[in-house]
Design a protein around this ligand. Structure first.
Ligand SMILES: [Fe+2]
Length: 350
């Protein structure tokens, strides 16, 4: 096995990722984009930042208006991703290659500030990310789940909870189901796996941090007990080819090594998928897209209030049909719907 060369990762980063299944890359977002995209966040959601009584919905996923190449937004984060997946040439040229301002907002509520923290294991929202493909053990459409932190995330502030020893159960689950699962049923059984686990980590972060999770690391949102705006985005790293668990040269990427180690194996020559692969229109596109028009109306009204016209609003959705088509192609929105259709009710805190 030849020694991999890494552009960002230090030996302690590698050790941390192999052991815990995730890695923090501090101070890794370009501030100019964070500032620009956060500047109209309150306009988009329609809340007054200084009047919490206007924060009606605790948790919301809002659509993307701007996008740029991942490496331009987060050069350090991108370098770490390249190292973890085995090199930039492994990453898909189209899917998950742009990142943007599709914020996941967790505002908490006045009631939450008076609540006692709930037991981690009892959350009903444990999952891995996958809303657009048939998930197998070797699927690489979500090789890594990425968290871009646009605000600080303090303790009890709604950080993502990670179940580190849940990785083993997830790897075994997918090893034992070579037929794969279509979304949203890829998470059947995840809750039961979590109940047997002991090693949990709740992400705390500074604005500008990037957190990288192995694609099979089970995680969940958590409650924001502080009644502040916790803002993240949740892009992914998508590869061109499936993971390979039978490499002649033994040169496994770090994400492949994590799976082999959890299965207690050096390779998996016997393991094969038992159904064809399938990619779909992302299932969670429905409720995000449903918000586009109202956000545009607010952004245009805010521009007009400053004496500016619509051309000053930064949004793909105001740049004409060709820009929208290209945006949709980058997000697999031109693919047919999966067997379970679109989800139109927004995700809620459970
Ligand atoms: Fe997730």
């Amino acid at each position: 096995m030849t020694q991999m060369k890494y552009q960002y990762l230090k030996p302690e980063d590698i050790q941390h990722f192999l052991q815990h299944g995730w890695l923090r890359v501090p101070d890794a977002l370009k501030q100019e984009y964070v500032d620009r995209w956060m500047a109209d966040m309150w306009t988009r959601v329609g809340y007054d930042p200084s009047d919490k009584s206007t924060w009606h919905t605790e948790y919301m996923h809002i659509p993307r208006h701007r996008e740029i190449r991942h490496e331009d937004f987060s050069p350090k984060g991108w370098a770490a991703i390249c190292d973890l997946v085995g090199g930039e040439d492994k990453l898909h040229d189209l899917y998950e290659r742009w990142v943007g301002d599709q914020f996941v907002c967790n505002f908490g509520s006045a009631e939450r500030t008076m609540q006692v923290e709930e037991p981690i294991k009892s959350r009903k929202t444990w999952h891995i990310d996958n809303d657009w493909f048939r998930q197998f053990l070797d699927s690489s459409n979500v090789a890594l789940t990425v968290i871009h932190c646009f605000t600080d995330i303090p303790k009890r502030g709604g950080g993502t909870i990670l179940c580190e020893d849940g990785l083993k159960g997830m790897c075994e689950h997918y090893y034992n189901h070579p037929e794969g699962f279509d979304p949203p049923y890829h998470n059947t059984g995840t809750f039961d796996i979590i109940q047997k686990c002991e090693r949990f980590s709740t992400s705390e972060a500074k604005a500008g941090d990037v957190i990288l999770l192995h694609g099979l690391l089970p995680h969940t949102n958590s409650l924001n007990y502080l009644h502040y705006a916790r803002i993240i985005t949740n892009p992914h790293a998508c590869l061109k080819e499936p993971l390979n668990f039978d490499r002649e040269d033994g040169n496994y990427s770090l994400i492949e090594q994590v799976i082999l180690e959890r299965l207690g194996r050096k390779s998996l020559p016997e393991w094969k998928i038992a159904r064809e692969r399938a990619n779909y229109h992302p299932r969670t596109d429905g409720f995000r897209r449903a918000r586009v028009r109202e956000e545009l109306d607010r952004l245009v009204a805010a521009a007009k209030a400053k004496g500016l016209d619509e051309s000053h609003v930064e949004s793909i959705h105001l740049r004409g049909e060709a820009a929208i088509k290209e945006h949709e192609r980058r997000h697999a929105y031109d693919l047919p719907l999966g067997p379970h259709g679109l989800r139109m009710d927004p995700l809620k805190m459970a």
